[in-house]
Design a protein around this ligand. Structure first.
Ligand code: ATP
Ligand code: MG
Length: 313
């Protein structure tokens, strides 16, 4: 069998994307970079799931910046309706125009065709992404459908046309298909199960908590002013907490906030009192805080050599 040709890493688009995202201060691992690359080239929506604070929203923002795309964001919530997600008619302007039409002696059908034209349409994020308006018409779009699992199931059904056909149907106007397909990123953290129909239309990736090495890299990128020792030991402590039995494990955003807080206090290493004072940056549940202070902290302090008098062993 002939030897496989060596891979030219400079021709590796996944590596190129990894570097471009790093330039936007977002650190990806190879599996995430690969799926981001594929979603762009296969023109398929990408569903990202993961625990809170692992960087799902931030990766969409960084990707938009890398692509020079306009970020159109739809924040989902319970009760989100087509009016807020797709489009609404501008009733106030339509009413005004009906009066003007009547004064001009226009027939009912004449007025009707005028007021149900695009200029009376208020584009909400999904329509704006498919059919951008104004000066933004020619810019690529990244549509971020954030926390899709917070919206109701009926809303998911409404999304399917956008996700599979990249089109929106407006009864009074017709079907509008995207001239240029937007990149679509959906995020979820399993508030409820998403339908198979939605999953089937997307590429999928689960963002795990980062490894220790990657988390250190992320914090260095986001918090260059923090001391190296503090970052290394702080990230290790957070990783230990994630291995504990807490109701809500700290995400990467918590790690960054915590180390930012310690840096603000002038800390260059961990110490007992500071860890206790700032534990609310990491644990966001009263039972978790009580469990840490009452059960786990002593063992943690021993492991990290944090002496009661504030010194480090
Ligand atoms: N891989 C990463 N590289 C750089 N920064 C990161 C990374 N992951 C997370 N962060 C940082 O953590 C912060 C929180 O991330 P983000 O808000 O995107 O999390 P999320 O997964 O969307 O959380 P939620 O589910 O609560 O919305 C970001 O603002 C960013 O600063
Ligand atoms: Mg988010």
């Amino acid at each position: 069998m002939a030897d496989a040709a060596p891979v030219d890493l400079d021709d590796d688009p996944v590596r190129g994307l990894t570097a471009a995202l790093a330039a936007q201060h977002y650190i990806v691992d190879r599996p995430l970079a690969t799926v981001l690359h594929l979603a762009g080239h296969l023109e398929l929506p990408l569903l990202l799931e993961g625990e809170p604070g692992v960087g799902k929203t931030a990766v969409a923002e960084a990707l938009a910046a890398v692509r020079g795309a306009r970020l159109v964001r739809l924040q989902c919530y319970e009760g989100l309706s087509a009016h807020h997600a797709l489009y609404e008619w501008d009733y106030a302007r339509q009413l005004l125009d009906i009066r003007i039409g009547e004064a001009e002696g226009l027939s009912g059908s004449g007025v009707r065709s005028r007021i149900f034209s695009p200029e009376f349409l208020l584009r909400r994020p999904l329509l704006e992404a498919i059919w951008p308006s104004g000066d933004d018409r020619h810019r690529p779009v990244l549509l971020l459908i954030d926390e899709v699992d917070r919206a109701d199931e009926e809303f998911e059904a409404l999304l399917l046309e956008v996700l599979s056909q990249f089109q929106v149907t407006i009864p009074e106007i017709g079907t509008i298909r995207a001239e240029r397909r937007p990149t679509i990123v959906l995020t979820a953290n399993r508030t409820r199960a998403l339908s198979d129909a939605l999953r089937r239309r997307c590429l999928y990736h689960w963002i795990p908590f980062p490894s220790l090495e990657r988390e250190i890299e992320i914090v260095r990128t986001r918090l260059p002013e923090a001391s190296e020792r503090l970052v290394q030991r702080g990230c290790l402590l957070v990783q230990r907490l994630r291995g504990g039995y807490y109701r809500k494990a700290p995400g990467v955003s918590e790690t960054i906030d915590w180390l930012r807080a310690l840096t603000l206090f002038g800390a260059t290493d961990l110490d007992r009192a500071r860890v206790q004072d700032t534990i609310g940056c990491l644990l966001k549940d009263s039972e978790d805080v009580a469990a840490f202070l009452g059960r786990d902290s002593e063992q943690m302090y021993r492991e990290f050599g944090l002496l009661p008098d504030g010194r480090t062993a």
